[in-house]
Design a protein around this ligand. Sequence first.
Ligand code: NAP
Ligand code: GLV
Length: 310
Amino acid sequence: MRILLHRADGKTEPWIKDFARHLPEAEVVVWQPGVKAAPCDYAIVWSPPEAMLRELSEVKAIFLTGAGADAILKFEQEISHEIPIIRLGDAGMGIQMAEYVTHAVLRYFRRLDEYDTQARAGVWDQLPQHHKEDFAVGVLGMGVLGMRVIQALKEFGFPVRGWSRTEKHVDGMQCFYGPEGLDTFLRGSNAVVCMLPLTPETSNVLNRGNMLKLPQGAYIINVARGAHVNEPDLLNLIKSGHIAGATLDVFRNEPLPMQHPFWQEPRVTITPHIAALTLRRESVQQIAGKIRQLEKGEPVADVINRLHGY
Ligand code: NAP
Ligand code: GLV
């Protein structure tokens, strides 16, 4: 069995070593521009270069080293629907998302962002506490990672609500779905966490009109993709006070350009796309297990639905 590997960072050796441990029968071939690799059974990529598309069209399945499929689906037309594209299902990302999002929500709920500002100004002042019943957290996207975050938020006692594409019933929370459920979801969410895949339907979901539906003083946490948020709209709503603060891990242009006004806005917290990192060992273990299932003719989880785009 031959596996074609592409890593944008060029750090292929640790991946090859991990595959040797989990799938010793496989030969891992590193993709190189301009070099035609011997025919491969599987490909492992994240955001493949366009020059790799021909090789991608010759494999039995394409594995992504991430949860989101938007980077490869920009080549949707060029990759046959016969070839399954299989993303990571959690693989150690769920707990990281839970840590990141609960940290951000607790920071706003306990007003630690404001205490930071006070401390810089040498101010010792106890602010009134927020109450949990007035601090509903709305999670856009109730998938593998969204549900892990919801579980963590519930453990802290936050009223949690979720929004998905299809109808769901989950104990202990309010569930909304579809475009018709979005308004009510937004109107009752004091903090919104975006955990959606990027698709034509979800792009720009956090635009001015939708953010204005949030209660005055709401918070935005985006750990999905930059294109979910209209960045100038968010900045304007922060300046007007409608949005009290935002924690953003993802941006339309990454790395966030130095001239971007977010850098100068203290109510925007910026992290460099680290909310849930790909954990190599967990990922290789999961991909190797799925390759074994495919080799036995068994179905595998986390195949991208090309119609829905995630
Ligand atoms: P997932 O399991 O595929 O879940 C996606 C969720 O979004 C599902 O609940 C789905 O609804 C919902 N959804 C999709 N389209 C929708 C629409 N048009 N309207 C309403 N809801 C919609 O994905 P995941 O594994 O949780 O990952 C979510 C995203 O996180 C990834 O796509 C990626 O972009 C992002 N991510 C970011 C980082 C980071 O470090 N910042 C790391 C990993 C992943 P249904 O349940 O009805 O299908
Ligand atoms: C990272 O953003 C991922 O989708 O895994």
